[in-house]
Design a protein around this ligand. Structure first.
Ligand SMILES: C[S@@+](CC[C@H](N)C(=O)[O-])C[C@H]1O[C@@H](n2cnc3c(N)ncnc32)[C@H](O)[C@@H]1O
Length: 189
């Protein structure tokens, strides 16, 4: 059986029931993924990092839309395992999903980044995906600063798609190219 992802329901139907009702808020909509992939392709990106990849939706759908390689880093083991299971069903070899903290990952080998406000739960009053992580303001500052420094070390010409991420979290080495609501495209000058 070949799997296609024409709309969000196609992907959500592969999720465990308890995650389906959270998917709208926590995982990227297909049209946002499509626009981001178009931006990466226009800029000849080949190796994409999703910073906080959840169940791997961005990476897995992205791999169905393009020939780029995708790496998704997810701190929650439960989400990582769901993603691995979906990935296995799609048989895509151009996706690597890893269960790690983003602070363990250097960014130098990537030339495309997707940044969907992954650390917000550390400063939010409610709406966390689950209560298994200890969330605190110090984590928000630590992770955000790590990403800023790591993005500064990314190659010139690297592209970044940010979604619901405050522009203040993007280092000034990245220039804003375009914005569509909460989705913004950046390129390292
Ligand atoms: C808003 S969700 C986005 C998921 C995915 N990028 C997508 O677009 O569908 C952010 C994810 O980042 C993960 N996350 C939070 N802090 C992290 C960290 N320090 N390292 C790796 N992942 C993290 C959360 O567990 C959550 O799954």
């Amino acid at each position: 059986m070949s799997i296609s992802f024409k709309n969000d329901k196609d992907f959500d139907s592969l999720l465990p029931v308890e995650l389906r009702q959270k998917a709208d808020i926590h995982f990227s909509p297909i049209d946002i993924i499509e626009r981001s992939i178009d931006f990466f392709e226009e800029n000849n990106v080949s190796n994409v990092l999703d910073i906080g990849s959840g169940v791997g939706k961005f990476c897995i759908v992205g791999a169905h839309l393009s020939n780029m390689h995708f790496t998704g880093i997810e701190i929650r083991q439960s989400l990582h395992l769901v993603g691995q299971n979906i990935l296995k069903q799609t048989k895509k070899t151009s996706v690597s999903l890893l269960n790690m903290n983003i602070t363990e990952v250097p960014f130098g080998q990537f030339d495309g980044f997707y940044y969907f406000n992954p650390f917000f739960e550390n400063i939010a009053d409610d709406g966390q995906i689950d209560n298994k992580l200890s969330t605190k303001v110090q984590n928000f500052n630590h992770y955000t600063t790590y990403v800023e420094i790591a993005l500064n070390a990314a190659p010139l010409g690297s592209c970044l798609a940010s979604y619901w991420t405050p522009h203040s979290a993007i280092p000034s080495s990245f220039l804003l190219i375009d914005s569509f609501g909460e989705l913004s495209f950046w390129r390292k000058g």
